[in-house]
Design a protein around this ligand. Sequence first.
Ligand SMILES: NC(=O)c1ccc[n+]([C@@H]2O[C@H](COP(=O)([O-])OP(=O)(O)OC[C@H]3O[C@@H](n4cnc5c(N)ncnc54)[C@H](OP(=O)(O)O)[C@@H]3O)[C@@H](O)[C@H]2O)c1
Length: 281
Amino acid sequence: METFRLSNGVEIPLLGYGVFQVSPEECERCVTDALSVGYRLIDTAQAYFNEEGVGNAWRKSGQKREDLFLVTKVWISNAGEEKAAKSIDESLRKLQTEYIDLLLIHQAYGDVFGTWRAMEKAYRDGKVRAIGVSNFQAGRFFDFAHYVEVKPMVNQLQCNTLIQQTGIEPIHAAFGTKMMAWGPLGGQGVDSIVKSEQLAGIGAKYGKSAAQVALRWLTQRGIVAIPKSTHKERMAQNFDIFNFSLTDEEMAQIATMNQHDTGTINFSDPQFVKYLIETYG
Ligand SMILES: NC(=O)c1ccc[n+]([C@@H]2O[C@H](COP(=O)([O-])OP(=O)(O)OC[C@H]3O[C@@H](n4cnc5c(N)ncnc54)[C@H](OP(=O)(O)O)[C@@H]3O)[C@@H](O)[C@H]2O)c1
């Protein structure tokens, strides 16, 4: 497994397994399968309601805690210093661990500065090894990162071969922030990537699928990819990407496939913000 170091020196795997929309009942089985395939980074969130499944799976797997990299996220209903602090303890309990490897603010709404103060405290207290944000688009990210004391080590964004997030790269670089890609296979629109003839054509040379090329492309950009699948054979396929490398020409060819650089969700759209706040805030 290829890894790199976050700005505070913490080593993070370049590939992980995500459990968005995996039911609480199925989550334990899926994470058990993912760990047996070889994944060590597991990406969950308070809002996925399956942190217990992740906790049960890793506990029963016999894996050493220090060999795993557990990621979770504070949801907007837990925004603010006091509520966020309580929710971090709750996540620790559900994940059955004394520390979280990477804790993110899930969405850029509510009292994010209060949430961050709770996360900075948890970081200093050793409950969390690294802290970051998710879905903070360029302007919001710049404002936030400028004013907080501990700079976000990660920004997890929708990112894949069709949504390349190139515009935010220099802003991340200014704060030493690394990108993590959610929806690395296209999420709901998975077919546009896993059935891409262009990606399959590149993969044919290496005996790799379009999905594998898409994930390799992200990791070769130095972006952590966290594909989700409930099928063990797909988990294995998605994991098998570190025994080939794309050439500079192939990387450049895929770069031309960019369709919506900043993603398909407009996080500044008042209707979207209203929906999230009214539903979950
Ligand atoms: N921070 C955020 O706001 C946020 C938002 C969304 C997601 N995430 C994180 O990112 C992770 C991944 O994102 P995602 O779940 O939205 O999308 P994704 O990983 O890009 O795509 C998942 C879809 O691809 C299918 N799939 C997986 N591997 C495949 C393969 N090799 N061939 C064909 N189809 C394949 C899956 O189906 P099957 O399951 O049926 O195999 C599922 O429908 C999530 O699980 C979550 O941890 C974070």
